[in-house]
Design a protein. Sequence first.
Length: 372
Amino acid sequence: MPIDNTPLEEREATLRRNLGFDRLLEQSRTVPPAHPSNGGSSGYPVWYRQQQIDLYDAGQPIEVSEKSILRWKERIDPYRQTGNKECDVLRGQHQVLLSSYSFAYPEATADELATFIANSSDGTIYSRQRISDRLKELNMTRKRGSTEANQASIPRNKLIRELFWSRGPPTGIAGIPRRRLIDIDECGLSLESANRAYGFAYSGVRVLKPGNYGRGVNVTVMLGIEPGHPILPDDVHGSLRRPRRWLRVSLQGANTLSFTDFVSSIVQDIDNHPLPGVEEDSRVFMWDNLNVHKSPLVYQAVEGGGRHLIVARPPYMPCDGPIEYIFCQLEAALCKNMAQVASVDDLMDTVRNIVPQLSGFDQTFRHCGYRW
């Protein structure tokens, strides 16, 4: 390793600059530097500056400019040379302020970050580019945010979530193998506007096309998914590569009767069509805390046989539901195919065609924290 022969004072001054501290004033030199007029690069020494100030006050001729005299009267000690410019990268106190504010308010813009730093420190104003560059160096990227309901932080709901991950049924899923879980939920799709906004036409001529459909039609999608069984070959229905899914698309809204009927069909399919080559375990059905899901009819349909169980997911925490991420896949796939949807029937058929192609259920369960 090469030996750094830089004087200790110079290294200390450079370190203070890199940390964002105030620059040190130059210390007295033991050897006077060369005169700037003769190529010296270290500036005028203090004794020479004082000599010129005394001559200026006495009305005698001076060898430097009057501006230099006025500047030396305000500060006669020169700054220590650490790059010939002030540090323009956020370090030290400014970096602490940047990190603290971006952690407390992750949705803050670069202008808001710069304003906070200026108001909370020495008034230094950084540009948007400086803020952005420093955030990238700290491995912080700007991304779409997800809003969490205020009710999620209520002590009661926080306790329910803790019990969900640390206890077994009926309050939690701790120790339950992932292959036994089934997550169910529903969503509504409304035909409002799916026309492409842009098209090609000659200059000065508008792009005209008829709208595909009207407004106000709501399609209900009920979907249930399982991770798949890890010991089955990939080409077998029910494996990790081809996990089972249950779908119902209708114009009838989600209510107690429709949801109970959907859950009953899943239970019957599991009981009547066991996976080949494996012994079917009891299943744990999961869903959110919608009132429709709490009906005695639903519990009778699932737990009436004494085999399967129901564990409600923590309230106001959709991130704990793998089905929510699968609905995001469904939405993304619909966006790519909406140009071919011209009616409600087309929309329902498109959903039925997309759901069998969705994949990655086991990875989604594992991503949500179901690691048993």
